[in-house]
Design a protein around this ligand. Sequence first.
Ligand SMILES: [Zn+2]
Length: 275
Amino acid sequence: MVFVDSHCHLDFSGFGTFLESRLAGRTLEYYDIDLLINRASQVNVKYMLNVGTHLSDVERYTKISEKFSNIFRSVGIHPEYAREHCEKFSFDKMREIFRKYCCLNKTVAIGEIGLDYHVNNDVDQQKDIFSFQLELAEEFNLPVIIHSRDAWMDTMEILENHPNVTGVIHCFSGERDFAERVLNTSFYFGIGGTLTFKKNTVFQETVRDILPLDTILVETDCPFLAPIPFRGKLNEPAFVVNVAEKISELKDISVTQIADQTSKNFFKLFKKAKF
Ligand SMILES: [Zn+2]
């Protein structure tokens, strides 16, 4: 039985003051990567995909996946940083950085990319950066990791303009209409810790009734969004097991089967992930 955490952020130091301010008083050693991988391994979480959010960090997190054979990586610009990238880099410069890192063996995807209307109102810049990265995904024949918050209709409209691109809807939150639209594509659903939260009954019903197991990946999005019973703590790859257990309970399928199928889905989608 092997689990894959299909979405994590292990370059913890990069979160810097952002996380320090949110997690005041908690020790950063907690995110010692050797320790995290060890703990994950003990519960059969053997592979991880470390997801990029910003081009300034790419060199640092590239080193992580060069050091650990079981950690893959993606390169991408999170919608939250779209404006910053438009101001800081030319599109030529961004393309140059993507070309450099996308060619490397362990870069298995472009992401996380998409639209986030929750915090920002820089919609045009977000759409430009999103479409730009979908073109790169076509160029490199890489799957994409989609971040979509309060923006699923626009997200799907843009994705549908790139029918050759496949990937995963990361941190899927269970809207039925969204699920049905995604099921008409080749995309997978990234299911994380929020599935375990008691109030998320619609999400749980969607997973139980609508999503076939061969469309699901499990993820933590650590250090954020720890599942029950770790809610409120720093999340880590080992906790992806709790997400798989919740899916097992909802679908009445053994945890072993959930682990096997979601791992198979992972390696089918991220074809460059080899071990
Ligand atoms: Zn993420």
